[in-house]
Design a protein around this ligand. Structure first.
Ligand SMILES: [Zn+2]
Length: 262
């Protein structure tokens, strides 16, 4: 599989917010072929704190080793910023919300004062409406992952349109399997969203063992990395356990964990 990512940054002087739109050309043929994509633009730039921070934007609380939390300075992608000088990671959880696993993920996140972005399915939201509120109430953000998780490059235009336009309300859209083409990207844009892929694929859905997932996270974690995990779609006990271990280590390394601005 090859994947190209192009990124560009817009500085909104007025609001001093920085957004990076990550466009990706993906040839993902299925979840089994999902692979990590690396965003080329990792440049850390600083900007002043946004004059207006959206109500749902979580405030990143610093770890004990992090001296000075300031306001968000480096949103990248649809990424909510971390404090200036701090290292930030963007954990993302796909395919939920799930009544068993999503609350467990939320519990682990709360333990470390961490926030994340949940790319939810419309079908799952419909089945478990209260979980969406629970996710948001804890300071996390929600992205759309379509309604029913089809490979959008292989469905009819009508189906593609429905899955993108009528899915979870968000500013961010992560295509199932990372499968994109020009039509998918055009629809995402027309629906008022930005495509969001990932930098680190933990392959947690394969259940490779808790330690293997922890290792994937720690190996791939760099400032501003977007980390792909799952909070639904099967037994996610390994994902939950791995998240707990990884957050402990990464907190000690000085990372903060922010939700994207979705
Ligand atoms: Zn998915």
């Amino acid at each position: 599989m090859s994947r190209k990512l192009g990124a560009f940054i817009n500085f909104g002087i007025g609001v001093s917010a920085v957004f990076v739109i990550v466009g990706a050309v993906a040839f993902g043929m299925g979840q089994a072929n999902q692979a990590a994509a690396s965003a080329p633009d990792k440049t850390v730039s600083s900007a002043k704190a946004p004059a207006k921070v959206p109500a749902k934007t979580p405030t990143t609380t610093p770890s004990p080793t992090t001296p000075s939390p300031s306001t968000p300075v480096k949103p990248a992608g649809n990424r909510t910023a971390g404090a200036e000088g701090n290292k930030v990671l963007f954990f993302t959880f796909d395919d939920g919300p799930d009544p068993v696993w999503t609350p467990q993920v939320l519990e682990v996140l709360a333990k470390y004062n961490a926030h994340a972005t949940f790319f939810e399915l419309g079908s799952m939201q419909e089945q478990h409406p209260s979980l969406k509120e629970q996710v948001l109430a804890a300071g996390n953000s929600i992205g759309s992952h379509s309604i029913s998780h089809p490979q959008l490059t292989k469905v009819s235009a009508a189906k593609r349109h429905h899955e993108i336009f009528d899915g979870p309300a968000s500013k961010c859209f992560r295509p199932p399997y990372g499968a994109e083409n020009a039509k998918v990207k055009a629809d995402i844009k027309a629906a008022g969203m930005k495509p969001v892929l990932w930098d680190v694929d933990t392959l947690d859905w394969q259940r490779p063992g808790t330690q293997a997932i922890v290792n994937s996270i720690l190996k791939g974690a760099h400032n501003q990395s977007v980390i792909l995990m799952h909070d639904a779609g099967g037994d996610r006990s390994q994902s939950v356990a791995a998240l707990d271990q990884a957050l402990e280590t990464l907190t000690a390394q000085g990372y903060a964990f922010a939700a994207m601005d979705c």
